[in-house]
Structures are given as structure tokens and as C-alpha cells.
Ligand binder design. Structure first.
Ligand SMILES: [Zn+2]
Ligand SMILES: [Zn+2]
Length: 373
């Protein structure tokens, strides 16, 4: 099928010309207006043609490849299930433009009027939990108030006053749908939307629940306890199933997501399960070696610095890092040693260093002033 020929337009036709041509033909062959199988087929064909060249992207694709994508190959593929007897039941979303007509009439999914009958799952709730560095490392329990919908206890979520009967919705006569008739360029089309009186249920309670005013749920403030596992990461999220909003009409509750925000530590830098710190030592400690106390998140540890340690040497304190979440292992603590060169030497110190230089066989020319004068 050549969609341009079908619509009787040139390949160079503007969007407007295509739209006009389509409307004219659609009006002429519209199934509401014209009888006979032949016209139905014709209507399908022009609709399909317009679906391709009436859409910028599909048109460009057609012009380039001679087809508008996999859904359009093999001729009339998407049209098989279409039955004009169902014409009255389709939800004709006119605001969405012409593209929607075809999704509705011919699309495989057959978008029909949404029915809100039956249970509806409650919404999820998202909250943020702020933790100190230590709380994240060692775990804690946080208690936080949340406002959320809970199922109304008085009516058990049904919305009717206990003991009162349900009656047929007078607006929709129990169908749950609200039928409107619209006049469109394609003729008059009936559209079905959700009945607003009964929210699609088809029935309304004779008496609404006096506690929740018929909604079936109530806003409540609840204090919930959230267990934070040791080793939790910044920006992790904890999910508490069923702690979100209550569902409607017996639907399940949503979930609560607690997003974790961890305050950084002034002393420790965390990298996953590992901890990193920097240790400044004197030149003489580096030269002679030493044993120093290093603070870890688990308390002080003695660290042996071998004689002749270079600046930037990394020491690993195995297992002194952050616990892995839900595991018994821990990360490591890495200490980066920075060797500080002493400045502003006293008179005696200076003499001793000069003597050391001589001892080391260095023929040097000591400068009187330090780099800062
Ligand atoms: Zn209630
Ligand atoms: Zn109704």
C-alpha cells in the first residue's frame, strides 16, 4: 500500500494537506455513515495510511524505508481483531489527536475505557532518614512519625456505614461507566468514561461511613520504627512492605521507602566498606621507624612504622573498616603516611643535622633562611 496514493496526495504534500485529505475521505467512508463491507475496508485503509503519513516520525521512516516500522509490515496486521460491532464501546480520546483513534480502534492492546472497579493498591511513601556517620557504620533503629492513609477501621475500608446496604448507582445505572455522545469530524461517537459518582464501581452505599465519609481510609499519623543495618551506604533505600498508603476497596497497601542520607565524618573517609585516613609523621619517625596510635572506627590501634618509610606509603589495618551489610565481614582501614619535613630548626638541631649530613658523606651547602624566610 502506498499511503500517499491511498489518501490521494502528492509525496510532497504538507501536513495540513494530508490531514485535510484524510478527513475528507474518513468522513466519506466512515462506518457510521456508509454501509457495506467495502467501505469498512476502505476506511481501514485510509486510516492506516494516515497513521503512517500523518505522523512525522513514521512518515520520515516510510519515505526512507518504504515502511513505517515492524507494526506496519505484512498488511493489516494490527487490524485483525477489529470489530465494528464494538464501535460503541471504545474510548475515543479526542483531545489526544488522531493518533489516539487508531490506538483505540485498531491497536493490539485495544485501549478501552478504564474500569476502576475492584481493589486499588495504595501509593508508596518516600521518606528520608538522616544518619550520622557512626549510625550508618554500626546500625541503629530510627523512629519517625509518618502521615499516611490507613484503612478505615469503622467500615473496614468498604466506605459504607456498617449494616447499610449497597445500591445501584443512579448516575450510571450500575454500569460504572458514563456514556457521552460527541460530535466529531468523523460523525458522532459515543465515549465511555468512568462514572464519577461511583468511581466505576456501579454501586454506591446507601449510607456512607460516618468516620471516613465513604472513602474507606483515613489519614493517620503513625510512629514507625526502622531498623538500620550496620554498614548501610549513603543513598541506599530501605523498603518496608505494606507501610505505605492503605489500598482502596480491599487493595493492598503501598510500600514505604526510606532513603538514607549519611552525614560525612570529619575524621574518617569512607569508601564502600573501607576507611581511609591520613597520618602525618616527623621525618625522624620516617627515618628511624616508630610505633604510633591510629584511631579507627573501632577504637585506637597500634601501627608499626618501619624505619625508612617513604611519604605516601599506605598501611592496611585489616578488618578495621565498615561492616558489610547483612554479613559478618568488615572492610579495611587504610592509613596513608605523609612524612613532614621539619621547618624552623633550633640552633642546636641545625648543628646536629649538619653533623648528620657530614656523617652521611654529603657535601652540602646549607641555606640560612627557611623557604618562608
Ligand atoms: Zn469508613
Ligand atoms: Zn456510577
Amino acid at each position: 500500500m502506498d499511503p500517499y496514493k491511498t489518501l490521494g496526495v502528492e509525496k510532497s504534500a504538507t501536513e495540513d494537506e494530508i490531514k485535510k485529505a484524510y478527513r475528507k475521505l474518513a468522513l466519506k467512508y466512515h462506518p457510521d455513515r456508509a454501509g457495506g463491507k467495502q467501505n469498512e475496508d476502505k476506511f481501514k485503509e485510509i486510516s492506516k495510511a494516515y497513521e503512517i503519513v500523518g505522523d512525522k516520525q513514521k512518515r520520515a521512516q516510510y519515505d526512507q524505508f518504504g515502511s513505517a516500522g515492524p507494526g506496519f509490515q505484512g498488511g493489516g496486521q494490527g487490524f485483525g481483531g477489529f470489530d465494528f460491532n464494538n464501535f460503541q464501546n471504545v474510548n475515543f480520546d479526542f483531545g489526544g489527536g488522531f493518533g489516539d483513534i487508531f490506538d483505540t480502534f485498531f491497536g493490539g492492546s485495544g485501549r478501552q475505557a478504564k474500569k476502576r472497579k475492584g481493589p486499588i493498591r495504595g501509593n508508596d511513601i518516600e521518606i528520608v532518614i538522616h544518619l550520622t556517620f557512626e549510625e550508618a557504620v554500626f546500625g541503629t533503629t530510627k523512629e519517625t512519625p509518618i502521615s499516611h492513609y490507613e484503612t478505615c477501621e469503622h467500615c473496614k475500608g468498604m466506605g459504607n456505614e456498617p449494616g447499610s446496604k449497597m445500591e445501584t448507582c443512579p448516575t450510571c445505572n450500575g454500569t460504572g461507566q458514563h456514556i457521552r455522545i460527541q460530535r466529531t469530524p468523523l460523525g458522532s461517537i459515543q465515549t465511555a468514561g468512568i462514572c464519577e459518582t461511583c468511581d466505576g464501581a456501579g454501586q454506591i452505599p446507601e449510607k456512607k461511613c460516618r468516620v471516613c465519609k465513604g472513602e474507606g481510609r483515613q489519614m493517620k499519623e503513625e510512629s514507625i520504627k526502622i531498623k538500620i543495618p550496620a554498614g548501610i551506604h549513603d543513598q541506599a533505600a530501605i523498603r518496608l512492605s505494606g507501610k505505605g498508603e492503605a489500598g482502596l476497596k480491599g487493595g493492598p497497601a503501598g510500600d514505604l521507602f526510606a532513603h538514607i542520607s549519611v552525614q560525612p565524618s570529619k575524621e574518617f573517609e569512607r569508601e564502600g566498606e573501607n576507611i581511609r585516613t591520613t597520618l602525618h609523621i616527623h621525618l625522624l619517625q620516617a627515618v628511624l621507624g616508630d610505633e604510633v596510635e591510629v584511631n579507627t572506627i573501632h577504637g585506637p590501634v597500634q601501627l608499626k612504622i618501619p624505619a625508612g618509610t617513604e611519604s605516601d606509603t599506605l598501611f592496611k589495618l585489616k578488618g578495621h573498616g565498615v561492616p558489610k551489610v547483612n554479613a559478618t565481614t568488615r572492610g579495611d582501614h587504610f592509613v596513608k603516611v605523609i612524612v613532614d619535613v621539619p621547618k624552623n630548626l633550633g640552633k642546636k638541631e641545625r648543628e646536629l643535622y649538619k653533623e648528620l649530613a657530614k656523617e652521611a658523606g654529603l657535601d652540602i651547602k646549607p641555606q640560612n633562611k627557611g623557604i618562608f624566610g
